[in-house]
Ligand binder design. Structure first.
Ligand code: IVH
Length: 708
């Protein structure tokens, strides 16, 4: 359809058009721009609907569309029949029979914030002449493939995709393969002989993960997202394949309904909400808890914002909410444009995906020398946050995705998940892109990098490597390790540059008078720092062990080892058997700890730490917690979810451990107790569904362990 040159051309033209703030005054210029807009919008619609691979964000697409609408508003004769504003997007692939919809399947207008919603509400009031509050129904904007279902004499006779809005592709056998679509429904009860319903075919997120896992095991290519898997599923030649994908269909609109005399009988359902309730009653899957009847636009905005926060925890992908005037009489007063109903609007969530350009790759060296490539990208907004650098993880990640410098990349940030690169847009390359040359020498000290068998990372083996030394110090002072309050990354870097920190031991021999004289410090902050450092000197040795950045020696293993020794230097003489006799300590940890204690420089470091006042003797806290056999939670598994009010999550877990319970991290039938704090979400729901989990409040928990 489009050659790579055309694709590049339209992509670049879109960027230029997006940047220009052209105002339609001169007719000739407007005409020229409108032709360009036609071309680029057609291209992006093809990328989105036909190829399932958009190269710009929805927001950018909308801006292009709005620019064209503005020109056509200024010069109505530029509104040609073939303008993208005069039809809805085209996803016909011509593999299936084309059928005409009973009434056109329109698109939706978009809004992005409460202000846009208010404007919408104002427009509705003007159109309807209503002065009081307008009632709206809000429901999810499902991100799947839209479908139209026709029932005649109570039987499903036809199903089609949206197509270009006028005509769609018939896929009745595939719809019949979807179990959420009734083959028969009692419409005649309402005097309805023929009806067309609109809805969306979707794949649940967990089902999607399973499908991709299976495809990966079979060596097949993976789906980029549930929407692609769903729209692909609708177009399977073999309905059995559709069935295997586990597609589900939500129905959200009664489009057309007539009786045997072909008279419109929709007016027996005076509101949208009633119509949907009737569909639910007839056996269709409709939005339930995620649908709300709102008294006014303020309630609408609050509900939309609540769902924007909750979207990650929801079982299906949604890219926004749809707001619809509830009264059908008022809907009729509002009417339609050729593109969308005037009585409805989509509230779009902030984009999770966007495209950007990969400018460069930096290499970061971790505390054990692992070299992590980090992509520097042209800054983009993702779900409300500006993203300019993204980890590329390791060399294999780069090669498997064939990511190159100069590439246009698709980036995604979902919920709290750190942003990642989904893919490079190969089709937009112009030949100037550069293959990423992963370094073979340490970018900091130039030592040859090594890559251990079965490990993904290349590592710098030089323990004295400057970059590593700094990273180890940053880790040493951090919360997880020695927890030196207020002593963060910036202090470490600053003191290192001043030459005050050469080894970990120097942290405990700082000159606080000199620090007080530094710019931005003062006596008080220097004193505060000293207090924090002195406090850390008394830490239990499990913290010290963990803080040494021994490869593979984590927090838990450090605790287990600390329980077995009186003094850190006891480990100098430990054999591999002594380590592996400890439950949960394996040979890999053992070998790395042994190697550490065989290195004379490390022994000198520990002696220096001790000389500087750091505790190397086992303390009470290092000893194993002895739980009485009759402790209240012996043998129970427990999980805390939601916000706790009387204690932190960590403190709660420690109390549970002391009471004999085992903290676990996932809800399953193995879970005995779920303590649900404020705003508990999906975990609570899941536990309720399992039925055997004892669910209690924070209060109940404290009473149970005798702390209240
Ligand atoms: S109502 C006549 N409701 O969004 C009203 N559409 O961008 C038009 N969509 O093609 C649609 N969830 O596929 C409506 N709850 C919902 C929806 C929804 C998803 C899709 C639909 C439509 C597209 C418009």
């Amino acid at each position: 359809m489009y050659s790579p040159q055309q694709e590049r051309h339209f992509f670049e033209l879109s960027k230029t058009l997006l940047q220009s703030d052209f105002s339609p005054q001169d007719k000739a210029a407007s005409q020229q721009i409108s032709i360009q807009l036609h071309e680029v919008i057609n291209y992006h619609e093809w990328k989105y609907y036909v190829k399932n691979s958009p190269v710009i964000s929805d927001f950018e697409y909308d801006s292009l569309f709005k620019k064209l609408e503005a020109i056509e508003a200024a010069f109505p004769d530029l509104k040609t029949p073939s303008s993208p504003t005069q039809r809805v997007s085209n996803d016909l692939t011509n593999e299936f029979a084309s059928v005409e919809h009973l009434i056109p399947m329109l698109s939706l207008d978009n809004s992005y914030n409460a202000e846009d919603l208010n404007d919408f509400d104002e427009r509705i009031k003007k159109l309807t002449g209503e002065e009081g509050d307008i009632e709206y129904v809000v429901e999810p904007k499902f991100d799947g493939g839209s479908i139209a279902l026709v029932y005649e004499n109570d039987l499903l006779v036809r199903a089609a995709t949206r197509g270009n809005g006028q005509k769609g592709e018939e896929m009745t056998p595939n719809a019949k393969a979807m179990r959420s679509i009734p083959l028969q429904a009692n419409f005649s009860k309402y005097g309805i002989q023929k009806v067309e319903l609109r809805g969306e075919a979707l794949i649940r997120k967990d089902n999607f993960d399973k499908i991709n896992a299976k495809r990966q095991a079979e060596g097949k290519s993976l789906f980029a997202n549930p929407r692609n898997a769903a729209t692909g599923g609708l177009r399977m030649k073999d309905p059995n394949e559709t069935a295997k994908r586990g597609l589900e269909a939500f129905v959200y609109q009664l489009g057309y309904a007539v009786n045997t005399a072909e008279e419109n009988v929709l007016d027996q359902f005076p509101t949208h909400n009633q119509g949907i309730d009737v569909l639910a009653e007839l056996g269709f899957k409709v939005p339930t808890i995620e649908r709300k009847l709102c008294k006014n636009i303020q309630e609408v905005a609050a509900f939309c914002e609540k769902w924007e926060e909750k979207r990650e925890g929801y079982d299906y992908e949604i890219d926004g909410m749809v707001v619809k005037v509830n009264s059908i009489a008022l809907q009729e007063k509002c009417g339609y444009t050729s593109h969308h109903p005037r009585w409805a609007i989509a509230f779009k969530f902030k984009a999770k995906q966007a495209t950007s350009t990969l400018l460069n790759v930096d290499y970061q060296i971790g505390k054990i020398g692992s070299v992590t490539p980090v992509a520097k990208i042209e800054p983009v907004q993702l779900a409300g946050v500006t993203v300019s650098s993204i980890s590329l993880h390791n060399e294999d990640f780069i090669t498997s995705k064939d990511i190159r410098i100069g590439d246009t990349v698709l980036v995604e940030r979902a919920g709290d998940v750190i942003p990642y690169i989904v893919k490079s847009m190969e089709e937009l390359r112009d030949g100037s892109e550069q293959v990423i040359d992963f370094p073979r020498n340490c970018p900091s000290c130039n030592t040859s990098l090594i890559r251990a068998e079965k490990e993904a990372a290349w590592r710098c083996p030089n323990f004295q490597c400057e970059a590593q030394v700094v990273q180890r110090m940053i880790f040493h002072v951090s919360k997880d390790a020695m927890d030196i309050d207020g002593f963060g990354k910036s202090y470490v870097e600053r003191f290192y540059e001043m030459g005050w920190l050469k080894s970990l031991a120097d942290i405990y021999a700082l000159d606080y008078e000199a620090i007080a004289n530094l710019e931005g410090f003062g006596t008080r902050s220097a004193e505060k720092l000293q207090i924090a450092v002195d406090k850390a000197k008394q830490n239990p040795i499990h913290r010290l062990l963990h803080s040494l950045s021994v490869h593979h020696l984590g927090k838990k293993a450090s605790k287990l080892i600390a329980q077995e020794i009186n003094h850190v230097l006891d480990l100098k003489n430990w054999t591999i058997e002594q380590f592996t006799e400890i439950k949960d300590i394996g040979p890999v940890v053992a070998e790395n700890v042994i190697a550490f204690f065989q290195d004379e420089q490390n022994i000198q470091l520990l002696l220096q730490l001790e000389a500087n006042g750091v505790n190397l003797h086992q303390t009470e806290e290092d000893k194993p917690v002895v739980v009485a056999a009759d402790a209240p939670l012996v043998g129970k598994t427990i999980l805390f979810t939601g916000k706790l009010l009387q204690m932190g999550r960590k403190e709660a877990q420690e109390l549970a451990t002391a009471a004999g319970a085992k903290n676990i991290s996932a809800v399953s039938s193995n879970l005995n107790i779920l303590v649900a704090g404020e705003k508990a979400g999906s975990k609570l729901k899941k536990a309720q569904a399992i039925g055997t989990v004892e669910i209690m409040s924070e209060e109940d928990f404290l009473v149970l362990i005798g702390k209240n």
